[in-house]
Design a protein around this ligand. Structure first.
Ligand SMILES: [Zn+2]
Length: 247
């Protein structure tokens, strides 16, 4: 089964990245009825060498740390008792903050990101927070030392703020390379998540996820949760999978 990758959960922002709250609620309900939802630690422990989870198991992950996660995702996963992980852009939690400048189709007002108070409240309730780098730059465009610095400083800041070891990373836009994977290892991570559009080699620094996007119907959501979806998407039936990918 699959590690799912979401971004925002909100109605207003008409972006593929923003799943509407009623759709998200329906997806949570489906997962709670048809899957065993795992914590991030459980998912990493049970994952096979192909990056897939055992049959009937799933994990929900969220990139970017948008504030809509507090307003819409947190109540829904709490209602259905689903574990979740959120990958934060560390600089957004510094005193100077960071305006969201990394999305392709921003709304008129850039989306807000979670405050530290919101993060800590969600962490107390069981949400697992990890790193989505320092400033959401494309890591494949950085030099090796710069990449290690970015990943190390984000890991350290988030570790200090969260009071725990941060050991998982989600690559911005899922983009990585051999250099990036080595930098992630050097910076102290044990696992890193991608978001492959095409077939990629899988290891603990290139764990595939399946993106869930605005407007994905219940049927598309179910197909994306099917045991064979990743294999199908990357194999000879890729054309069929592309049609249901919804993005
Ligand atoms: Zn991102």
């Amino acid at each position: 089964m699959t590690v799912l990758c979401y971004h925002a959960v909100e109605s207003q922002w008409e972006s593929p990245l923003a799943v509407a709250p009623p759709d998200f609620d329906a997806q949570c309900q489906w997962v709670s009825r048809h899957r065993t939802a795992l914590t991030l630690d459980q998912a990493l422990t049970r994952m096979g060498r192909n990056g897939r989870l055992p049959r009937g198991q799933a994990h929900l992950s969220f990139d970017d740390g948008f504030e809509s996660l507090y307003d819409s995702m947190f109540p829904a996963v709490t209602r259905y008792g689903l574990p979740a992980s959120v990958f934060l852009v560390a600089q957004t939690l510094t005193p100077q903050g960071q305006v969201v400048d990394w999305v392709d189709d921003p709304p008129e007002c850039p989306p807000s990101t979670l405050s530290l108070d919101q993060v800590l409240e969600m962490q107390d309730a069981g949400i697992d927070f990890q790193s989505h780098t320092w400033a959401h730059r494309d890591l494949t465009t950085l030099g090796y030392d710069e990449c290690v610095d970015d990943l190390r400083s984000s890991r350290q800041l988030l570790g200090d703020l969260l009071g725990k070891q941060v050991t998982s990373l989600a690559y911005p836009r899922g983009r990585h390379s051999g250099m990036v994977r080595e930098a992630a290892r050097k910076a102290g991570y044990t696992h890193a998540f991608a978001l492959p559009e095409e077939n990629e080699d899988v290891d603990e620094f290139a764990i595939p996820r399946v993106g869930i996007y605005r407007g994905n119907s219940t049927r598309v959501f179910q197909v994306k949760n099917a045991p064979s979806y990743l294999a199908l998407r990357h194999g000879r039936l890729a054309g069929i999978a592309r049609r249901v990918r919804g993005h």
